[in-house]
Design a protein. Sequence first.
Lengths: 256, 141
Amino acid sequence: MGILTKLYTLLRGVSHDTGQGVVDKNAITILDQEIRDTSTQLNTSRQELAKLMAQSKLSDQKIQARSQKVAEYTRYIEGALAKGDEDLAREVAGKLAPLETEQQADQSAKTHLDRSIGTLKATIHKAEAQVKGLRVQVDTVKATASVQKAQMAIASRTAGATSGMSNALESLERIKQRQLETSARLEASEELDASSGDGDLNRKLAAAGLLEDSSSADAVLARFRKPAQLSHDVPTIIGTVVQDDQVGVPRTTDTP
Amino acid sequence: MSECNTRDLYEQLARRYEGNDQITVQLIDSTDPAINVTMHDHGDMQVQIAASGSQIFVSTVLCDAELVRDRDAFNDACMRINPINPLSNLGLSNFGGRDTYIVFGELSASSCADDVDEELQALAINTIDAAETLKSHFTGS
């Protein structure tokens, strides 16, 4: 069974077991065991490789030595044949023949050995990658477990009635609520902006005592009194304001 | 491969977000410490971070599975959204016996605070996007 299958099986089992939801120590135990098993295999493979490489080296030396012997015998045969000594040549050839047979057998054995070495090296490389992958998986499981524990701790702290856990739906709701508030605030401030020119002016006019509230009792009374007071009252008010505001101050200072 | 632990990462993030009123960083200290990040400009979303050996795991809760009307249809939708959700993954976890959908990302432990910040921002945006996209699957919607 692959390691992921084991972990998945474990998680499925765990998910039905209430209160044990976190990727727990079992997952780490499984992974640690897997790492140990793979590491053991790796060591065995490395020892095997060392053995095969030693054999290959020895075999190589043997083949080298024999090929010198073969070259030597070849030279003897050539020499004997050059001298016309057929019998001597035959005698040496009799020694060369088994040597050549052995050489062929050893060479084919060495080819086989070298192929095994290649395969074993690939296997070791794969196992090393596997151990590395398993270590990363342990890190993932550990980090996931820490985060899950934190999430559970936060959930129990903010113990909500419905789901306990603060979730993205609530965040989305809050964002929308805030967007509504912001746009309402913007609208309100736009309205204020639009009327603020008048507002300022009105404030100034009111401060100057010029802003008449047409609906107030005073204003109504004033309307009734208007014909009688029109002659001096209204100009006097305006005159006073203008004098106070603009002309009045310099004039009083100018007056000796 | 440089190793990183949660407490160191917390120190880095606390420095990174000092004076930033959009993000609150908090260390949840236990035998397995984790960092709780509250992202105020993303609807107060809470994101949890833990570092272990070669990896930094960043995760937030999408929703409790009980809020999902049709789990099969929802799972199908999640599987389809996942490949087009840049840098974040949708997953199903179990917290204290409750199936919970999460959105998560993983970083190399050699990542700096800026990388984690980028991951946090991406995760928050992706999570809100996913919640918006999957809205029709939730009860009460």
